[in-house]
Design a protein around this ligand. Structure first.
Ligand SMILES: Cc1ncc(COP(=O)(O)O)c(C=O)c1O
Length: 395
């Protein structure tokens, strides 16, 4: 049994998630609870803490390289958890998935090219595309109101990929924020279309460890050839084990020519030095903290149930049942509040800070993204606040 009950006090620490409230809402909002940025309100796995403390006492903090032990830990995790075979020579380290994606955009696209993304989607995809001078081609996900499920508009995707200016697609698997775990069939269809139109597929799989029963995550590379070699997969231990501050991620690039071009872009950026504690933490996480992670999955399942119960008894809160990730996407459009009014309602009345849906694209207007990676009583407190605030609207 690990500790998923202690609620670390992160307000007024170095936590960016909690600082956001201070910066954005200003004075008088010290009681607002952060349920936004995707890191976790749990104390870290003890195996990882021990490894870091040992390393801090023992090591010298010069420039590092990734040892065989590091690659073995990554390869072992991917094989055990995902049935993914990965040759260590295909792994490229960086200090984050977004830095690695930005490196890939520099390597494989030119300003003025078009890139396909699927909104509503993790907003740094938009920033990365824009920052690299790319035009966004939005293959908006289809939301079925009745089933509250998102699907891909494949005809639209085909047409977008066929555009000769389109050189890349950035896929979120599983999808943040809508929580879809793409099935193997869906992934094959995406892969087939990208191959047919000679579009490079960049697959962000940072949430891949968070599938739920009935929704096993297929990592793109696990589809085998020709899929595995046509794509670059971006992974990290940082969501899985809450290590974002330690800066560590692993991209899988099986095609040698793609690797060469990626390496040139990475060298030109010059920022691919690995973090000493990132390496230490990744090895400890993948080798020694699997039991912690399995227990975490149970806590997340409990929290999903708490939120689902709340949604059942509050008809204005429609839950898009997540198939994966530790995030949930709730549809509040029945409240009839415009974006500013909904923001005001959350921050000033409910005293809760979710990520507002519109951040992920216009398709997300009226939705909120809830971070479920917190001790259950914290989630219950947030929902009680929401209930009280809803009552003030006569709901
Ligand atoms: C889909 C997705 N990709 C990337 C990231 C960020 O990864 P990193 O901190 O490794 O850049 C996040 C963090 O929330 C995410 O949800």
């Amino acid at each position: 049994m690990f500790d998923f009950d202690t609620r670390p006090e992160r307000r007024h620490t170095t936590s960016a998630k909690w600082k956001l409230i201070e910066d954005e809402l200003g004075a008088g909002h010290d009681d607002v609870v952060a349920m936004s940025v995707a890191d976790m309100e749990f104390v870290p796995a003890p195996q990882i803490v021990d490894a870091i403390v040992d390393a801090a006492r023992r090591d010298v903090f010069g420039y590092d390289y990734a040892t065989d032990a590091y690659y073995e830990a990554v390869v072992g995790w991917m094989c055990r958890r995902h049935g993914l075979e990965i040759d260590p020579s295909c792994i490229r380290l960086s200090d984050g998935v977004m830095p690695a994606i930005n490196t890939a955009l520099r390597a494989f696209t030119h300003p003025g090219d078009t890139i396909v993304i699927q909104r509503p989607v993790y907003y740094p995809f938009t920033d990365a595309a824009r920052g690299n001078g790319l035009t966004i081609s939005n293959n908006a996900l289809i939301y079925d109101e009745a089933s509250r499920r998102y699907t891909i508009d494949f005809d639209d995707l085909d047409a977008r990929l066929a555009d000769p200016r389109c050189t890349a697609m950035l896929l979120c698997n599983p999808h943040n924020p809508v929580g879809r775990v793409w099935t193997a069939d869906e992934l094959r269809r995406i892969g087939d279309l990208c191959r047919a139109h000679d579009v490079l597929l960049l697959v962000d799989e940072i949430h891949a460890d968070f599938g739920r029963d009935g929704h096993p995550v297929t990592m793109f590379g696990a589809l085998g050839e020709p899929y595995a070699s046509q794509a670059i997969e971006f992974t990290a231990p940082t969501k899985t084990f809450n290590l974002a501050g330690l800066l560590c991620s692993n991209a899988f690039i099986r095609d040698a020519r793609l690797r060469e071009r990626y390496d040139v872009a990475a060298a030109n950026i010059g920022g691919m030095t690995v973090s000493h504690f990132g390496l230490v933490a990744c090895i400890a996480a993948y080798n020694d903290a699997e039991a912690w992670f399995d227990e975490l999955l149970g806590v997340l399942e409990r929290n999903r149930g708490v939120l689902a119960d709340f949604a059942r008894t509050h008809p204005d809160v429609a839950l898009v049942e997540p198939e994966g990730t530790y995030l949930a996407w709730i549809d509040l459009r029945l409240l009839g509040l415009e974006t500013d009014a909904l923001r005001d309602f959350m921050h000033e009345r409910a005293r809760v800070y979710f990520d507002e849906g519109v951040m992920f694209g216009d398709e997300g207007a009226g939705f909120e993204r809830v971070n479920l990676a917190c001790p259950t009583p914290m989630l219950e407190e947030v929902l009680a606040r929401l209930e009280t605030a809803l009552a003030t609207l006569g709901r």
